[in-house]
Design a protein around this ligand. Structure first.
Ligand SMILES: [Cu+2]
Length: 565
């Protein structure tokens, strides 16, 4: 089934759910603040969304009525959030807005031809804003759908609202005069998929501890379609972009290729004065020495000036290789004290003077880079939504450097303050516990947020690691209850003892011997993501003797261990 058909099927499901949700939505859905220059800053609240215990599902919700602007106009900035009923923001260690993709079903997506994805956010809560005079043109009659993936890391149900704050300029007002429309250009290393993820393994990629997708991946596109590329379908100017990565992600890059194009930037000639040597002082005395010193001082001054001029020329050179030019690197800035391991981060977006001219037939491409020294990063993403305007002039990227460092989109958010990795411990050090039961061959069940029979948080003998002979596996099985209630779990290796407090930066997939079950579970219908469409998993049979600790990536409070003897 094509992506388009499944999106449509899911839309129907979403519409059915909406029927239930609208009946209980009694609180006002929006609030407005009037900014200067005729701009209204409006916060729309989408919900309530019933978040089930432990959920990590992809769902769809049509936006009607008061959940989107009532009149035609222009969106010039969008800022997302996920809030409780009282407006407070829940801790990211409890619930995460894995993604929110705002779809306009009344328009076609520029890169896939399916429904238009015009705005997106992940846990980093990226704010999209356009340079003065540019906006996303909004028609009140357009049909919108929110694709959301809300990840409840806890066993508690929640009632939440997705919010988005827009800077809105109503059509027909003086502020709307001369506004130029932008088209979203969804660039994605796995574009077109409903869950565009790939795995990053520790120690993969380069010796520098970095892995770039797709470049460093073995066979990223088995179908032959390079999903990270898009052929520009009209002349235009790219006005803004920012990247999206998951934890472990360092940056996304955007490139342009044009047939026959080549470097046309400033030619920086190394000034000859830099080669001049100072006068030798040895043997010079008195007046001669003073003169020589003076000459040398003058030369040093001239050299410094020339060097500065030369450097400033180099700094303005576009980064071109053959016919491929680098347009922007969106870096992830981690506030997280433990480094690039949590969602306590923000991306860098383009400056307002970025303005890159592109021509019909050019090929845009994106890549993303992850760190690979600390841990593995399963289910990673690399997305760069760019926005393009037609009929404008901008910078020729082959002539002028455009890939200047970006601007940090937002500061540290307090909901990310629960880092974990501290006391109190959630359980004992399983490596020093006595042997648990010898594994019988019957699968161990995962239920009630415990790895039953292998969870070192359980008291006494029941918390001891089950033992299996070297060369054999232990099978883990999702309980029927969890399967039916879409509570999916993983077994992900983490560095022993893996018993520190749970938070956004702990645990991570940093086990000495790496293993990863994926999200055990399945779904009816053609789309199984994010599950691996399997309700069980077996530990690797090739592990050396030892005690292995693991956790659940979906519910990191869950910790377990087993022993190979
Ligand atoms: Cu779990």
């Amino acid at each position: 089934m094509s992506f388009r058909r499944f999106t449509f099927a899911l839309l129907l499901v979403g519409a059915a759910l909406f029927g239930l949700a609208s009946a209980s939505a009694e609180l006002p859905s929006s609030s407005v603040r009037y900014l200067d220059d005729g701009v209204q800053r409006i916060t729309y609240r989408i919900g309530p969304i019933d978040v089930t215990p432990g959920q990590n599902r992809i769902a769809y919700r049509p936006l009607f009525g008061a959940e989107k602007p009532a009149v035609d106009g222009w969106l010039t900035r969008l800022k997302p959030d996920l809030v409780n009923e009282d407006g407070s923001v829940p801790l990211s260690s409890k619930v995460m807005f894995h993604h929110g993709v705002w779809l306009n079903l009344s328009r076609k997506d520029a890169t896939t031809g399916s429904f238009e994805r015009f705005y997106a956010t992940g846990e980093e809560k990226t704010i999209t804003s356009f340079p003065q005079g540019f906006g996303y043109q909004y028609k009140a009659s357009d049909t919108w759908l929110l694709n959301h993936m809300i990840h409840n890391l806890t066993p508690q149900p929640m009632k939440l609202y997705a919010t988005y704050t827009v800077d809105f300029i109503p059509a027909g007002t003086p502020a709307a005069e001369g506004m130029k429309a932008v088209t979203p250009i969804w660039m994605d290393v796995e574009n077109g998929g409903i869950y565009p993820v790939f795995d990053v393994f520790r120690d993969s990629g380069g010796k520098d501890g970095k892995f770039t997708y797709p470049d460093d991946a073995g066979n990223p596109y088995p179908s032959g379609v390079e999903k990270n590329k898009w052929t520009v379908d009209r002349d235009g100017v790219l006005v803004a972009t920012a990247g999206h990565v998951h934890t472990g992600g360092l940056y996304t890059d955007l490139y342009l290729e044009r047939d026959g194009a080549k470097y046309a930037g400033p030619k920086c000639v190394r000034p000859p004065v830099l080669k001049q040597k100072p006068v030798k002082l040895r043997g010079r005395k008195g007046e001669a020495r003073r003169k020589a010193l003076k000459r040398n001082r003058k030369l040093a001054k001239r050299k410094a000036k020339a060097r500065k001029r030369y450097q400033s020329c180099l700094d303005r050179q576009p980064d071109v290789e053959g016919n491929k030019v680098h347009l922007f690197r969106s870096k992830a800035h981690y506030f997280e004290p433990a480094g690039p391991v949590s969602w306590d981060m923000a991306m860098l977006g383009t400056r307002d003077d970025w303005m890159v001219e592109v021509k019909k037939g050019d090929v845009l491409s994106t890549t993303t880079t992850y760190e690979t020294k600390i841990a593995s990063w399963p289910e990673s993403m690399g997305i760069m939504v760019a926005y393009m305007a037609e009929g404008q002039t901008g910078n020729d990227p082959y002539k002028r450097k455009v890939d200047y460092p970006g601007i940090l989109i937002h500061g540290h958010y307090p909901e990310n303050d629960d880092h974990g990795g501290k006391l109190p411990l959630v359980g004992p050090d399983a490596t020093s516990l006595p042997d648990g039961v010898a594994y019988s061959g019957n699968p161990l069940t995962i239920s009630d947020y415990f790895y039953q029979g292998a969870d070192f948080r359980l008291p006494g003998a029941s918390g001891r690691p089950p033992v299996v002979p070297k060369g054999q596996s232990i099978k883990f099985q999702l309980s029927d209850y969890d399967l039916q209630n879409e509570v999916w779990h993983s077994l992900t290796s983490c560095k022993a003892p893996c018993n520190k407090s749970t938070g956004i930066a702990y645990p991570i997939a940093d086990g000495e011997f790496q293993f990863e079950s994926g999200q055990m579970g399945t779904l009816p219908g053609p789309n199984k993501a994010p599950t691996v469409d399997r309700t069980w998993w077996e530990t690797p049979g090739d592990l050396p003797k030892g005690t292995y600790t693991f956790f659940c990536r979906v519910h990191p409070l869950m910790r377990g261990a087993f022993r190979v003897k």
